[in-house]
Design a protein around this ligand. Structure first.
Ligand SMILES: Nc1ncnc2c1ncn2[C@@H]1O[C@H](COP(=O)(O)OP(=O)(O)O)[C@@H](O)[C@H]1O
Ligand SMILES: [Mg+2]
Length: 221
């Protein structure tokens, strides 16, 4: 599968989701390529930390691609890996569009704040456009990230995302937790960071396993 983690807004957690998804798929035994398609190269920095802290045994392959090269190169890489995860930037829609053309699924994280949620219409338009030009299917999923610890506060945001007929909302909300930032600072996914943050791990496991089930990707959680 080729996954694009995208969206229009910066800071919604695209890199956090992309790097955690990569580590999660590696933990499932898959051979994964992480593509950094963001000029800010945050996931490349993540990989650099990871390589340093694991003596080069990060467990996956990473590369940087921008613009139309995303499409051209991902087509070539596709048969060589089980899964490809593309981390995109918030503003550069040309890289994101190129990524979506060669993707099986879009994962779009949203923060439960109105400014963020308003961008869903723009993402719907992007999905609609790519679907109309693409012969194979493009699944699209929305996720709530950096959510409030109290579940009731996230319900309105989740309801709003659920209303989309083009992008399917996948719960539970991923709550804002220090373990995500702590793990990322040493190049780890939250499933690896110790002491284990069981709540964060459980949310990530539920969200990713639900998406994999919908895509018929074999997993063992
Ligand atoms: N669930 C979360 N809990 C706590 N911090 C988070 C969470 N998700 C993201 N962050 C933090 O928010 C910031 C922006 O996240 P990032 O993944 O870089 O967003 P984007 O790639 O969309 O710009 C980072 O500092 C990251 O560590
Ligand atoms: Mg990013």
């Amino acid at each position: 599968m080729v996954f694009t983690v995208g969206g229009i807004k910066g800071g919604s957690g695209k890199t956090t989701i992309a790097t955690n998804l990569t580590v999660w798929l590696v933990n499932q035994g898959y051979d994964v390529l992480l593509v950094d398609a963001d000029e800010q190269s945050t996931s490349t920095k993540f990989t650099r930390w990871r390589e340093r802290n694991t003596d080069g045994n990060s467990g996956y392959t990473a590369t940087t691609l921008l613009g139309d090269a995303v499409r051209q190169q991902v087509i070539k890489f596709k048969p060589k890996f089980d899964h490809i995860v593309i981390d995109t930037g918030g503003r550069d829609t040309s890289s994101q569009r190129a990524a979506l053309f060669v993707s099986d699924a879009l994962l779009a994280p949203f923060n439960p704040r109105s400014f963020d949620l308003w961008t869903i219409a723009d993402i719907e338009n992007l999905v609609k456009e790519v679907r109309s030009l693409k012969s194979d299917e493009l699944h699209a999923f929305s996720i709530l990230n950096r959510a409030d610890p109290k579940g009731s506060d996230n319900r309105d945001s989740a309801d709003l995302l659920t209303e989309s007929t083009l992008i399917e909302y996948i719960g539970p909300a991923i709550v804002s937790r220090k373990s995500f930032a702590n793990a990322a600072s040493v190049g780890q996914g939250v499933i690896e960071w110790q002491p284990y943050d069981q709540k964060a791990i459980s949310e990530i496991n539920l969200v990713f396993s639900t998406i994999m089930n919908k895509l018929n990707v074999g997993i063992n959680v």
